[in-house]
Design a protein around this ligand. Structure first.
Ligand SMILES: Nc1ncnc2c1ncn2[C@@H]1O[C@H](COP(=O)(O)OP(=O)(O)OP(=O)(O)O)[C@@H](O)[C@H]1O
Ligand SMILES: [Mg+2]
Length: 298
């Protein structure tokens, strides 16, 4: 798969404290009323720093998608706070919400959610069209994003002319084009065979190695093993977090932590992908998996 770097991948940090991409406290979400009430989220705390690759695991019904929908500003919590990239987004409404979602979050779904009547290229351009990016730049950025997922040759194909793994890689390219602070993926490999799963996970590893922050829901241990942090949910709560042992380090300026990701951590903040093809850093795929702290029950 060709290696194409994302915007500002080699951006240097100033050594100051980093803003968490996600900071949620006591997050709650209830469905239904009376006898049939379900506490889908029963008070969740989570802090994620730029450049982390988090896998969320847990049994069916444990609250993973509910959490993802709230993180993605597709659903509102009943209680608790949510700061996304430093901004309080718990109470955003309407256009403000749509704007932040479009600029700061990229989504990848289990069922790809590509528009069947549009080519791969047009699908990837779509979030930029909503963001008001000019046509020519849109096309350039979409082509680069498709190269990054190894599909430059398939730009003119329609979804029905692509394999499942290729469709999902188009969806990953689409999630990247607005240079979001956060990429959210709900069981992105759930409909894929093992070869396609591996290809899609390689793409996630690559974009994470370039400094992007990724949250991925999965039921599969081998998928979660590709992340550098794993949290487990049960009955609407986080019951385990593999990063617990490293949280002390995370409260120090992140750039001060001796991490190969440190040099790339600000790239997500780049408001456009004009430099999608530029930069010479970030060739560190796989190096972020080495430092796994032991999972502790919390
Ligand atoms: N719209 C809804 N109305 C009522 N209850 C809901 C709704 N959405 C989710 N729930 C309930 O909230 C709980 C958490 O659901 P959620 O979809 O977050 O689970 P999940 O961990 O993503 O499960 P899965 O692994 O099966 O996708 C479940 O008990 C579910 O039945
Ligand atoms: Mg789910």
């Amino acid at each position: 798969m060709p290696t194409v770097q994302l915007a500002g991948a080699a951006a240097s940090t100033n050594g100051g404290p980093q803003t968490p991409v996600i900071e949620i406290h006591d997050l709650r979400r209830t469905y239904g009323e009376g006898e049939s009430v379900v506490q889908a989220l029963a008070g969740v705390d989570l802090r994620m720093m730029p450049g982390e690759f988090l896998a969320i695991m847990g049994a069916s019904g444990s609250g993973k998608s509910t959490m993802m929908n709230i993180l993605g500003l597709l659903d509102e919590p009943d209680g608790g706070s949510y700061y996304l990239d430093g901004d309080d987004v718990s109470h955003l409404r309407g256009r403000d919400l749509a704007l932040i979602r479009n600029r700061k979050i990229g989504f990848v779904f289990q069922s790809f959610n590509l528009i069947s009547t549009m080519t791969a290229l047009a699908n990837v351009e779509l979030p930029m069209a909503y963001a008001g990016v000019a046509r020519r730049e849109r096309q350039e950025r979409a082509e680069l994003a498709l190269s990054m997922v190894g599909l430059a040759e398939r730009a003119k194909h329609f979804p029905s002319q692509l394999s499942g793994g290729q469709q999902q890689r188009v969806a990953v390219a689409r999630s990247l084009v607005n240079a979001p602070a956060l990429i959210l993926a709900d069981e992105p490999t759930g409909n894929l065979d093992s070869k396609a799963t591996s290809d899609v996970l390689d793409v996630f590893a690559e974009i994470n190695a370039q400094g992007r922050t990724v949250v991925l829901i999965t039921h599969e241990d081998d998928v979660a093993a590709r992340a550098n942090r794993v949290v487990t949910m049960k009955d609407g709560r986080l019951i385990a977090d593999s990063a617990v042992a490293t949280t002390a380090a995370m409260t120090t300026p992140y750039a001060a932590v001796d991490s190969p990701l440190a040099a790339t951590l600000q790239s997500y903040a780049d408001p456009n992908l004009a430099a999608l093809a530029g930069g010479d850093g970030g060739a560190i795929a796989g190096s972020n998996a080495g430092d796994l702290a032991q999972t502790e029950v919390i």
